[in-house]
Design a protein. Structure first.
Lengths: 234, 674, 249
């Protein structure tokens, strides 16, 4: 058994990066599936969306998943910083002339920058919604059977309402975040598979294609929802 | 300069008694051994980490000796064995084409033009099969057929397929195998590796080799290293010609220092000039690149018949493809109808030189011939069209199909040619010219691979033993690994058995101090010289003298003049050379200066040796000794011997010793390829 | 052809380095890049200046010794080409050419453009071999059949020349392509199986110890590798290392 063990070696860090990254891709898919309800939520006053939100915040199995997600984000973040610092140390003197674009894609060379933008977005995003849902004062919605659930939909709708003075800058940041996310995924998705060794002449094209599709579709849909919310309320 | 050797002694090669086929087994059974506990008390120095050096160092360490290995490169993996392309011969008879140890032995003796030692060559053929087993077990990825078994190719005009290969990178794969074995012993602490170290002198104490003076090329430190025996695996000296297929760093210094300390230099003038290399393109050219011999299997070699066409080619008013068939001279096919373009290397090289000297060379310098694939492309294209069932194919279609076949067979070589020359060899014939490739000569060694200095051994290209006057293709790798893996590790025990009680060799002996001081003085002398001329300038001039007078053909007048010219050059070097930089820093110019200084002395001895050998054999062609048709004329009565030279201070005044070659198992014949 | 060269000059490992500018004239298009450097050094020596130190040996693209970062790319602008096989016809007359050493903490500069790549040797020493003695009597070579495809793929991995272009070009100075090529060669062959798991562990451990950076799968190494070693090898090593950790062998 190697002395460095699973947590210390450079490859282990890569596995962690890949595992957390790929798990977060799953999270994105799930989150997007939930958000897609916003396209039709106005029809029932957001009831279905709110029930979904309640389910997501209370159902035990989902709770476990959500803790896994927090952990993944944190680990992905810390691991990424550690790796970046090590990588900087591995080349103390920079080249005077470097033509990196001739041999590697832009996004693959700027994962730290892209990840940082996504992180900034994530902090504001969580402050706006997640914090509100968990700890903020969310208006309650009365259901037919008399029970009350948190009306997250109204928070979202109000946030992206043209009357909200911050709506446009928020949307701008949102779109920027999605843009960065898209490029982050452009490299990250297939890179995750490569890191754990899932590469084969037969499958790597499929994985690559899937990754590219994922990295375009997911951010575009997220963005579309936000734009939709703004436009339809105008 | 003395015309006659001062005195000549018969050298004892210590060839074991008994029938040829039993000599090696019998010898192994009867020589002395060192027991495992005692091996731990014995240190061996190995200089050079090519096939011979890496394999010797690894094997000695595996057996239990403490090994110190030295190489001048930044890693043992860089040794020039890595550049060997074609393959490695072994008498495995996997192809069931009648190969045997005897046939490999016979082909090697004949290929060497009957100037090698029977017992050594037989042993080489005998252990050749073990080499393949050994390399495969190490994970060397040889080419395989679809059944998963090893593939063979034929090579160099012999009648069997016995060459094992790994695409065009056989040397690389074999060297990396030996390097792996060496690395394993380094990790165990059994080998201490000294990268970027150059041997500066061999130290002898009481007549025995007891260590070396080495220089750390990074820090400039001059170090003493003691050992019970020293093994030189320092390769060949083709760089004496400046332009050669050797690596830039390949040098003779280790062997030459040993020679100056008393080791005899054998047949130094035996040089292999490879016929298919990319020609010289300019003054600053530093290196010649080999195009594998396999290209002659399909290519046709020619020059124009008429001077007018040659002139038109040179001034660019005509392209080679414009010259019609009836104005082309396929001179190899004309002179050697039986073998055509597949004559041995020495014959093909001389024939190219003959045409170019007659004024038919096809590049600006007049030193190139065409290697043409047009007819092969057409032939393969037609066959392929038949195979694919294409009726009445157009000339264009035939070309296209033919080019695809040629690409599959020789694609990497064609690509290399295009990379270097910017000519597309599918469309226009390649320009090639012979270039210095390998040196058969080297330190004289007995059957045990021991030089005339007790405790000093030489393996691989550094010794002279197995190839006679001409080496067969794919035999250099075989010899390097045979010496390193399977011969030296056994034979050295016979000598070291006396040393089990000697204890560690102290480097405080006055001999070490004196050798170290001499090295320091030489370095200070070179750096302190107030010359103006860079080292390369001398090297180039040495190369020109050697190429013109001691190259593909030699004569008494030219050789005599060359000796005088080299002596002048050496004197000028001492006065005029400019070596910049400091002694305590990485200083490649200083390293080069030392090497060129030794190469110049060696060049002088080579000319002396070529002068003494009044016959033509293999790579050595004396114009005075040829048949009326211009073929080599051997003198088996007067020159069936190895010339071994003892240093006396001036290379041209070296003392000549002979080892008479006796042939008990083969009949001496004239090689004919007509 | 004439060029302006911007070359990294550094006296020794401890000294500070800097870029210096040198004009070089009288270059012909069929000179190799290293021959152009020879011309420069010839001029420098005749002018009483210190010539530029650089590593080179075989000058036919196989020894792996030459190692220049030319105009922002390892071994210059041509693909699958070592510096020694690069010719001046690949440059425009009058061009300014930047020449730098491989830059990595694990490859300290020896002088000017020459670097110390012994880290690669130590990685091979940590496990890049099959443990078999040469003095024994191994099996007949054909007693170990190897499927042709595996043999060919192992060969492709084994063609690595250890030049370090992968490290030089990687934005993280990672040695993964080099290490994985050797790991792959043996992982693909039956001879390599007994030590397969311990080998990958030992070699990765050594790689980490040497201070190379981490692989972020940019793929630059594969593009710049003069021998075209594939990223498939890195994936194979990732897989094997993971397996070795999970199975705990």
């Amino acid at each position: 058994m190697a002395q460095t063990g699973i947590l210390k070696s450079s490859l282990a860090k890569k596995y962690a990066m890949a595992a957390t990254g790929l798990f977060l891709c799953l999270f994105l898919a799930g989150h997007l599936a939930g958000n897609l309800q916003l396209f039709t939520a106005a029809a029932d006053g957001g009831r279905q969306f709110n029930e979904y939100a309640k389910f997501m915040t209370t159902f035990p199995a989902v709770k476990v998943l959500s803790y896994l997600t927090y952990f993944s984000v944190l680990f992905h973040l810390v691991d990424g910083i550690v790796l970046s610092l090590q990588n900087r140390k591995a080349r103390p003197v920079r080249y005077a002339m470097e033509r990196a674009s001739t041999n590697a894609g832009w996004s693959s060379r700027n994962m730290m920058l892209l990840g940082t933008i996504v992180l900034v977005f994530l902090v504001t995003h969580m402050q706006n919604f997640w914090w509100q849902m968990h700890f903020g004062s969310v208006p309650m919605q009365q259901l037919e059977d008399g029970t009350q659930i948190k009306d997250l939909y109204s928070v979202v709708a109000a946030f992206f309402h043209p009357d909200n003075g911050f709506a446009l800058p928020a949307i701008g940041l949102y779109l920027l975040g999605q843009f960065a996310l898209g490029f982050h995924l452009w490299h990250g998705f297939s890179s995750g598979f490569q890191s754990v060794g899932l590469r084969h002449p037969k499958f790597s094209q499929i994985i690559g294609g899937l990754g590219k599709a994922f990295s375009v579709v997911v951010p575009v849909l997220f963005s579309a929802i936000v734009v939709f919310m703004y436009i339809t309320q105008a | 300069m003395t015309e006659m050797p001062k005195h000549s002694v018969a050298l004892d090669a210590k060839i074991p008694e008994g029938p040829l086929a039993d000599k090696w087994t019998h010898h192994k059974n009867s020589i002395r051994l060192v027991n495992p506990a005692n091996k731990r008390l014995i240190d061996v120095i190995v200089v050079g980490t090519g096939l011979a050096g890496s394999s010797a160092a690894a094997s000695l360490a595996e057996m239990g000796y403490n090994v110190k290995a030295f190489c001048f490169q930044d890693s043992p993996r860089r040794a020039h064995s890595i550049a060997a392309q074609g393959g490695i011969n072994a008498a495995k008879n996997y192809q069931n084409d009648g190969d045997s140890v005897y046939r490999l032995f016979y082909d090697t003796i004949k290929g060497g033009d009957y100037r090698s030692r029977e017992a050594n060559v037989y042993r080489l053929a005998e252990v050749s099969a073990n080499i393949i087993d050994q390399c495969v077990s190490q994970g060397v990825p040889f080419a395989r057929d679809y059944g998963g078994l090893l593939d063979n190719r034929s090579f160099g005009g012999v009648q069997v397929s016995r060459t094992f290969y790994a695409k065009g990178q056989t040397g690389q794969q074999l060297l990396l195998g030996a390097y792996s074995a060496l690395s394993r012993q380094i990790s165990k602490g059994k080998v201490t590796m000294y990268n970027r170290h150059e041997l500066m002198d061999v130290v002898t104490v009481d007549g025995k080799a007891r260590g070396i003076i080495a220089r750390n090329l990074v820090t400039g430190e001059v170090e003493r290293h003691g050992a019970h025996a020293v093994v030189l695996c320092s390769g060949g000296y083709g760089n004496v010609f400046y332009l050669s297929t050797n690596a830039m760093g390949s040098n003779v210094s280790a062997a030459w220092k040993a020679h100056k300390k008393g080791a005899f230099m054998a047949n130094p003038s035996y040089t292999q000039i490879h016929p298919t290399c990319i020609p010289v393109s300019g003054h600053y050219q530093s290196k010649l690149t080999l195009m594998s011999e396999s290209l002659r299997n399909d290519g046709r070699i020619w020059v124009p018949k008429e001077q007018a066409d040659v002139d038109a080619l040179r001034n660019g008013s005509m392209r080679p493809t414009d010259i019609p068939e009836d104005r082309r001279d396929y001179y190899l096919e004309r002179r050697y109808p039986a073998f055509g373009n597949l004559v041995p290397r020495d014959v093909a090289s001389r024939a190219a030189k003959e045409r170019c000297d007659a004024g038919f060379g096809v590049n600006e310098a007049g030193e190139a011939v065409f290697l043409d694939y047009a007819s092969a492309i057409e032939r393969y294209g037609k066959t392929e069209a038949n195979v694919q069932g294409i009726q009445a194919p157009s000339a264009e279609k035939i070309r296209e199909l033919g080019e695809a076949v040629v690409r599959a067979k020789y694609g990497n070589l064609f690509q290399m040619y295009e990379q270097i020359t910017a000519d597309n060899p599918y469309k226009t014939p390649m320009r090639i010219y012979p270039a210095v490739h390998y040196t058969m000569g080297g330190l004289w060694v007995d059957y045990n691979l021991q030089t005339t200095i007790p405790g000093l051994y030489a393996c691989g290209e550094a010794n002279f033993s197995d190839h006679g006057a001409n080496r067969l293709g794919a035999s250099a790798l075989m010899q390097g690994l045979a010496d390193g893996y399977f011969v030296l590790p056994y034979t050295i025990g016979d000598y070291l058995a006396d040393d089990i009680r000697t204890g560690a060799i102290s480097t405080d002996a006055p001999e070490f101090a004196a050798a170290e001081q001499a090295v320091r003085d030489r370095i200070a002398g070179l750096l302190g010289n107030n010359g103006k001329t860079p080292v390369d300038d001398f090297h180039r001039r040495l190369g020109r003298i050697m190429w013109n007078e001691c190259g593909m053909s030699r004569n008494e007048k030219g050789l005599t003049q060359a000796i005088a010219d080299i002596q002048d050059l050496r004197a000028e070097f001492e006065k005029e050379v400019c070596v910049p930089g400091r002694p305590d820093r990485f200083n490649p110019e200083l390293d080069k200066a030392g090497r060129v200084s030794d190469l110049m002395e060696l060049g002088e001895l080579m000319c002396k040796d070529a002068l003494e050998r009044k016959e033509s054999c293999g790579g050595h062609f004396r114009e005075e000794y040829q048949t009326p048709e211009g073929e080599a004329l051997r003198d088996d009565k007067g020159h069936a011997h190895v010339s071994a030279w003892a240093h006396t201070g001036v290379p041209a005044e070296a003392t000549h010793h002979k080892e008479e070659l006796t042939f008990e198992n083969v009949e001496l014949k004239t090689r004919s390829y007509k | 052809m004439d060029f302006t060269l911007k070359i990294w000059r550094q006296e020794g490992p401890q000294e500070e380095g800097r870029m210096e500018t040198y004009p070089v004239t009288g270059i012909t298009h069929d000179m190799s890049f290293l021959e152009m450097m020879d011309v420069l050094n010839d001029q420098l020596i005749r002018d009483g200046q210190d010539p530029v130190a650089f590593d080179h040996d075989c000058r036919e693209g196989i020894c792996g010794m030459c190692s220049m970062f030319i105009n922002g790319e390892a071994h210059g602008p041509n693909r699958k080409t070592t510096t020694c096989q690069l010719h001046m016809r690949s440059f425009k007359d009058g061009e300014t050419i930047y020449i730098e050493p491989w830059r990595a903490a694990a490859f300290p500069v020896v002088k000017d453009l020459a670097v110390d790549r012994s880290a690669f040797d130590r990685i091979i020493q940590s496990g890049g071999y099959v443990s078999v003695n040469s003095s024994g009597n191994p099996l007949d070579a054909n007693a170990i059949p190897v499927p042709k495809d595996d043999a060919d793929e192992a060969f492709n991995a084994a063609t690595c020349i250890g030049c370090g272009a992968c490290v030089a070009t990687c934005k993280n100075a990672s040695a993964m392509l080099f290490v994985s090529a050797k790991v792959s060669q043996f992982a693909l062959l039956p001879q390599g199986q007994p030590e397969r798991m311990s080998r990958v562990q030992r070699m990765v451990d050594q790689m980490d110890k040497e201070g190379f950076g981490n692989c972020t799968n940019t793929g630059a190494c594969e593009v710049e590798c003069p021998k075209g070693i594939s990223l498939d090898n890195i994936a194979r090593m990732n897989r094997d290392y993971l397996k070795s950790q999970v199975t705990g062998e």
